[in-house]
Design a protein around this ligand. Structure first.
Ligand code: ZN
Length: 86
């Protein structure tokens, strides 16, 4: 009778461990935890990209990130060439 108690306890411990392991995977979808972490990394980089200010070239009206723009006075340009042309 005593071994049944220990067997039951062992099963309970295994179930508890399984439950502890599963929530992150189950919570993040069936594809698994690693995929989800990659998704959140992508979302983070997407957020930083979309957070960057987009500026319009005063010469060709193309939109580009402000960090890549060339500024001349109050106008911004997509390249040095367009800045020199204007
Ligand atoms: Zn341009």
């Amino acid at each position: 009778m005593r071994i049944l108690f220990w067997l039951g306890l062992l099963v309970l411990i295994i179930l508890a461990l399984k439950k502890k392991m599963q929530p992150p995977r189950a919570g993040s979808g069936s594809s698994g935890y690693p995929g989800n972490s990659a998704d959140s990394e992508n979302a983070g980089s997407r957020n930083t990209e979309s957070a960057e200010t987009m500026v319009c070239c005063a010469h060709c009206q193309i939109y580009l990130p402000a960090s890549e723009a060339v500024q001349r006075g109050e106008q911004v340009y997509c390249s040095k060439e367009h800045a020199d042309l204007a």
